[in-house]
Design a protein around this ligand. Structure first.
Ligand SMILES: [Zn+2]
Length: 82
């Protein structure tokens, strides 16, 4: 027997129209979205998505720190300390 695909229904009101809304989560590494019922506003599911902007900023910050450390190490080596 073949499974029949039906659009999911809202557990609260039984309607099957949904929308997506971003949830602002403080200090989150990922962006969070809620799938909400457009009839009653009930949250039926949540999704996370990678925040590419934040990821890029973190990578560039890490690169800066890494470059500064290399500079410090080579300065120490020049002075025979490291
Ligand atoms: Zn609903």
């Amino acid at each position: 027997m073949m499974a029949v695909y039906t659009n999911p229904i809202c557990p609260k009101c039984g309607k099957s129209h949904f929308g997506i809304r971003e949830i602002d989560v403080q200090d989150a590494n990922f962006r969070h979205f809620a799938i909400i019922c457009t009839s009653c506003g009930c949250i039926v599911s949540t999704e996370t998505m990678q925040d590419d902007d934040r990821q890029a900023k973190l990578e560039s910050a890490l690169n800066n720190i890494s470059n500064q450390l290399k500079g410090i190490v080579s300065a120490l080596q020049r002075h025979g300390i490291y």
